[in-house]
Structure formats: structure tokens, C-alpha cells
Design a protein around this ligand. Sequence first.
Ligand SMILES: [Zn+2]
Length: 68
Amino acid sequence: MPMYEFSCNNCKADFELLMRGSMKPVCPECKATDVRKKLSVFGMSGISKQTSSGSNCGSCHKSSCSSC
Ligand SMILES: [Zn+2]
């Protein structure tokens, strides 16, 4: 379920909301609809650097390099 982080333009509160369907984000503090969507909470996860443990050859990417 997508959860988004919002920042209220009215009272400057930060909050998270689950967005379902076409519901509009409302600030839980002041009930204002003038809110701004921030970056997704789950958007930055899942991206990690791949550690190349098998291959040491930088030019042909083979584990047993005999050509270079
Ligand atoms: Zn607010």
C-alpha cells in the first residue's frame, strides 16, 4: 500500500498518509488540504550497490579470466 509523506503548507506539519484511490490528502493537524507531497517513504529502498565477489576482471567480467 503506498504511503506518502506530506508537508502542510498551512501549519508546516509533517505527516504520512496512506493514499487509496482518489482520496485527497488532508492535514491531520489543521484539516487543511493545502499540503505538499514529499518523497515516497519506500522510494529509496531496494537500491544497493552490487558487490562483485565472483569476478575480479574489470574488462571481460569473467570469473576465470584467461584472455586478458
Ligand atoms: Zn496543517
